[in-house]
Design a protein around this ligand. Sequence first.
Ligand code: BES
Ligand code: MN
Ligand code: ZN
Length: 497
Amino acid sequence: MEFIIKSGNPEKQRTACVIVGITESRKLTPEAKAIDQVSKKHLSNLIRRGDMDGKTGQSLVLYNVPGMLADRVLLVGCGRERDLDDIKYKKIIENSIKQLNETGASEAVSYLSQLPIKGRDIHWKVKQAVEISNECRYEFNEFKSKKNRDKKTIRKLVLTVPSRRELPTGEDAIKEGMGISKGVKLTRDLANRPANVCTPSHLALQAKQLAKSYKNLKVNILETQEMENLGMHSLLSVSAGSAEPPKLITLEYYNGEPGKKPIVLVGKGVTFDTGGISIKPSPAMDEMKYDMCGAASVLGVMCATAELGLPVNLVGVVPAVENMPSGTATKPGDIFTSMSGQTIEVLNTDAEGRLILCDAMTYSDRFNPDVVIDIATLTGACVIALGKYATGLLSNHSPLANDLISAGEYSNDRAWQLPLWEEYQSMIDSPFADMANIGGREAGTITAACFLSRFARKYRWAHLDIAGTAWLSGANKGATGRPVRMLMQYIINKSAK
Ligand code: BES
Ligand code: MN
Ligand code: ZN
């Protein structure tokens, strides 16, 4: 979808559809008022008759509005003006796109980007409108034999700003929003692909293609033998049962101050998680194709950062494996030595994410990182604790945690911090090795992070558990692209400093 920035009055727009807001109760926004005036009270008459009182979720398409050059006017309910916040804005933009798609309009001019949202400026409103509209229009039909090509949908959306003065700000916001949307789409596409297509080798190929598309991106893929030589026996213990060869993918992007320490992102890339010998129950096991959402978000962020040419040093590390049961698979009780030298007793082969992340985190040390952020669909416990709205966040450095929390708030892709207190560490004690890979039923998200923290002693580190946020189940099943928007905001904030 194409976005354009414009200023000017609604009645002057020669377009298929002009979109304006109505707030509660039965109040016209300034742009709706302008239409009301040229149409000799067409809108206020209609609203008085009770067709719309401005509740969020309501909408109304009007044809042949007197005095208007546009074919249609779409009224969108915005709720009470004083309640307009980030979440309401998202709903309003989504409603407007859904309603537009019900009409035959292929282009529109939206005035919703001028709604007064608490604490948000025009840059934020335009950028959010771009990202939300793109995400809302996303479809995954790579595997449908009939693509619904004939469906006419909106192709061009003009977002308006109050005056000519804001045009450059608006254009900037569109550029940023489009770059981020590209990353989000890549993340969702990769994650939605089935595990028979999206294998570790597939992820490696995708990384290579990214490096081909952007000259600033350098790719490196480690194969089994090289990982063995490095002593990554924890990572390799997870792929031991699979016919798919494991890959350790690295993408490097150095476009910031020379010599400045990079941000390193580590993404869990389990392309399918059966649980291994500690096999998972059958219901909904198909969803374990999403166990590479951390990896997909790292590739999405690398893509968006390169696309925007951000002045930052950034490295992405993706351990990619498949977790399968077989005669060669790891067994409960097996002990492995990780690349760090620490030994691990694998009590449950289904707690595999931490086993691949720990070696990737030790490996990350060679990039001399400023910070390391790992992203993983790590624990079912996180889904129980926080549900689908908040990503779990644990960190050994509170300024880093705070930076991520505020980036999440700004981008409406939020995280909530859980404690990483010393007391929890003893829960992963093992009688036979330096640590066990599970810590019992209690505090599952925290004990998983405790495990990872033992491989993060040399640097500032944060862990994002996206088990609840990376995809939706049920009727709307599919990858969300989270937390690409949060991470992009974190990187944008960092590169501005
Ligand atoms: N990939 C899963 C976590 C998961 C489960 C994500 C459900 C989303 C939905 C992870 O590898 C796993 O199996 N974790 C176990 C850990 C346990 C064995 C300590 C879990 O959470 O049950
Ligand atoms: Mn598992
Ligand atoms: Zn897993």
